[in-house]
Design a protein around this ligand. Structure first.
Ligand code: GLC
Length: 719
């Protein structure tokens, strides 16, 4: 359908039909429409009536080719103008084949595999009838108390922007109209949802516009620049106004400044929640503020359907606002080819072959290997082939290793660490649970101690339950649960080598495990093939290469702690710990326990001299940086060489380090490679106090190394 046909179609629509396109409801409400008993409970409380359900323009959370086909066909029979339903769902790190959580994917620093994971997720979802995914989530995070850090790629705007683009490419491909195996992507949550005060979900977000633009907005913009079709408003306030009613954010920045003309959807009930925020009098006022801000689809509440007709009649709302929203929604349906083929890629026959295929599981395995991070290793890993191993901890059993937002993934389908290690170690492995996630019985402990006594080495399988992170999963204490720390303490008394594997959805306070274990492998929630990937890393069939994209704090008392902070006027000199009147704690170091970019390998790498093409650069003359890296071990391995810069003096204070480039290289034993970076003037731009985005002449430092802390340094001047 072309633009004119769409605008003609809108002319034919009644006001009620237009407004119905702006409502999105969950599938169960649709599926129950013929059974009056369904019109109870949440629907009545929410004020949702049966005809609203019947007419609404898109469906949330339904998948399964047959179900989607049935609902779409039923809907099309009654659709006076033949406008098909849009099916949207949270496909965040996989559909049936579940990949590691996005925070883990970020730690792979592998944009190609990230894109591939999104492409596979799209292939599985589209054959199951989904058209749009509510992903990528690109909220920048600096507070591990927040449960949804698991859903993002971390604390750096540059890296998050690259991953945002990779995910959008993977989900959408290059031609949504033709390629039925892709999905429209919906970047979220706009904006700055990850900056909730106290790391408490849905809490207030308040920062300067400059901070917002410098750190929090770039990744959303990158997703949209990559062609992302949709964007979702966040629950939180931005400078005192909930995003769902924030004109300056939505009409000002998103629409006018960035020129985004795609669909903007609210988050779940976030329009009505403006009342609770204290930013709307009632549903009618909430509807007014949201449509004025340009929110096109209302998710799960009927403020639009109930009040827009009156608001238009009273002249407070122009029907033009409705028409522009409806046009964006019809354009999206058109881009997906739904007018020609309302069933799009839904295919019950193909579904069973495509979902959870060996090829897809292999990709999930590869990404799980690359997302895991070796945090410590005093020569305990990889496990010696002759060792008798005791695997002990709650994740040796059947705990969920898929993590939050695992779509239609089935945790029982996941390859567990115990089973995978059993396969690889046979009779050399004994397993004991030792404790639950946060409970331990004397019998469990006794059995664990016995099991450990007869082994040469102990592998601990510890972590958070899947529900201890994710939406609504904020924690004030980010240590491992007490029962697990107790188990570690008791096992430590045996004086045997111990390696700990961690399954968690956030950076943890590792007191009680990092010091006690001789090796620690961060597995995050590694997905459907997680156990196999971790087992291969433990036995040395694979070599860890992940690097942290979110700092691990010493303790929660240090939060927020992140690598790209400022020097302050009284920086602490770590060599002068006695100084009092400097920016420091009297009970903790300033540095995080583990810095951004950190990760070990079974290989060892040596960095040669850092060389730069000149000590001066300009917009016309970029700077070339190069360094040789050698694998000085007997194992082939992957090193992620990172480039940071520091603008020594700006019109506003500038971070001590900012990631501006990285390159992942594979090195055979003894092999050297020279890594080159080009520093352009564009890379040195930042938001000034007047919000202009420019660079300043002056001195800069360059840092190159394996993480944000252990780096080689050089300097140059931008003229
Ligand atoms: C949830 C989440 C959002 C998700 C939406 C639909 O509350 O905040 O990320 O896409 O509702 O499930």
């Amino acid at each position: 359908m072309d633009q004119k046909q769409m605008t003609d179609l809108i002319q034919q629509m009644t006001l009620e039909e237009k407004i119905a396109q702006l409502l999105q409801l969950t599938a169960n409400l649709h599926e129950g429409t013929d059974d009056q008993s369904q019109i109870t409970g949440p629907m009545e409380e929410m004020g949702i009536t049966e005809e609203m359900v019947r007419a609404s323009g898109s469906v949330l959370g339904l998948s399964g080719a047959s179900s989607v086909i049935a609902l779409q066909q039923e809907y099309m029979k009654k659709s006076r103008l033949g406008i098909p339903l849009l099916f949207m769902a949270d496909v965040v790190h996989g559909f049936k084949t579940i990949f590691p959580i996005p925070l883990a994917i970020g730690c792979s620093w592998d944009l190609r595999l990230a894109e591939k994971s999104a492409e596979i997720a799209a292939r599985e979802s589209s054959v199951s009838g989904i058209h749009v995914t509510f992903a990528p989530m690109v909220d920048l995070v600096r507070d591990p108390r927040w449960g949804r850090v698991m859903e993002t790629t971390g604390e750096d705007p540059y890296l998050n922007s690259l991953f945002a683009r990779a995910f959008v490419r993977g989900y959408q491909g290059s031609n949504l109209q033709e390629d039925k195996e892709r999905l429209a992507a919906c970047v979220k949550h706009f904006a700055a949802y990850g900056a909730a005060e106290g790391g408490r979900d849905y809490n207030t977000v308040d920062m300067s516009e400059r901070q917002l633009r410098e750190y929090y907005l770039p990744a959303y913009k990158a997703a949209l620049d990559e062609g992302c079709e949709m964007i979702m408003a966040s629950f939180n306030t931005v400078d005192g106004i909930p995003a769902s009613g924030n004109e300056k954010l939505m009409r000002g920045i998103l629409r006018d400044e960035w020129g985004f003309d795609g669909v903007l959807i609210s988050d779940w009930a976030s329009i009505r929640e403006m009342i609770a925020h204290g930013a709307a009098e009632d549903d009618c006022d909430a509807a007014y503020r949201a449509i004025r801000a340009g929110v096109d689809i209302e998710m799960m509440t009927p403020c639009y359907v109930q009040h827009l007709p009156q608001l238009i009649k009273s002249g407070r709302v122009s029907e033009a606002w409705i028409d522009e929203a409806v046009l964006r929604i019809l354009q999206l349906k058109n881009k997906l080819g739904l007018f020609e083929n309302p069933l799009r890629g839904a295919d019950p026959e193909a579904e069973s072959e495509v979902l959870f295929s060996a090829e897809h599981r292999q990709a999930a395995y590869d990404l799980a290997v690359k997302s895991s991070i070796l945090l410590k290793n005093n020569d305990v890993l990889p496990l010696k082939p002759e060792s008798n191993v005791a695997l002990i901890g709650p994740f040796a059993g059947q705990e969920d290793i898929l993590g939050w937002w695992s779509c239609v993934g089935v945790k029982e389908d996941a390859v567990q660490l115990g089973a995978a290690l059993q396969e690889r170690l046979n009779h050399k492995l004994t397993i004991a649970e030792g404790c639950g996630i946060d409970t331990m019985t004397p019998q469990q402990l006794a059995q664990a101690m016995d099991t450990a006594r007869s082994a040469d080495v102990i592998v601990l399988a510890l972590g958070e339950s899947a529900a201890m992170s994710g939406e609504g999963g904020s924690r004030t204490d980010i240590k491992l649960p007490k029962a697990q720390l107790e188990l570690v303490k008791e096992l430590k008394k045996l004086g045997k080598p111990m390696a700990a594997v961690l399954f968690n959805g956030r950076p943890l306070d590792l007191h009680g495990v990092l010091g006690e274990a001789d090796a620690v492998l961060e597995a995050w929630f590694p997905g459907s093939e997680g156990g196999a990937a971790i087992a291969d890393l433990l036995v040395g069939k694979a070599n860890p290469s992940g690097r942290l994209t979110m700092s691990f704090p010493q303790t929660v008392g240090q939060v927020p702690v992140y690598y790209n902070g400022f020097n302050t006027g009284r920086p602490m000199d770590p060599s002068k710990t006695g100084e009092r009147y400097v920016s420091k704690y009297i009970d903790s170091p300033n540095e995080p326990l583990l810095p951004f970019g950190f990760g070990l390998s079974y290989s060892t790498f040596e960095y040669g001299q850092l060389s730069i093409s000149s000590h001066e650069m300009s917009a016309e003359k970029p700077l070339e940086v190069s360094i040789s890296v050698t694998n000085t071990s007997a194992r082939a391995g992957i090193e992620t060489v990172q480039l940071y810069i520091r603008d020594v003096c700006g019109e506003v204070v500038r971070p001590l380090r900012e990631l501006k480039g990285f390159e992942q290289i594979e090195l055979e034993p003894g092999e050297s490679k020279t890594v080159k970076f080009t520093i352009t003037e564009e890379l040195l731009r930042y938001h000034h106090s007047d919000l202009s985005f420019t660079s300043d002449p002056g001195s800069f430092h360059i840092f190159v190394g394996p993480n944000s802390r252990d780096t080689l340094q050089a300097s140059f001047t931008l003229i």
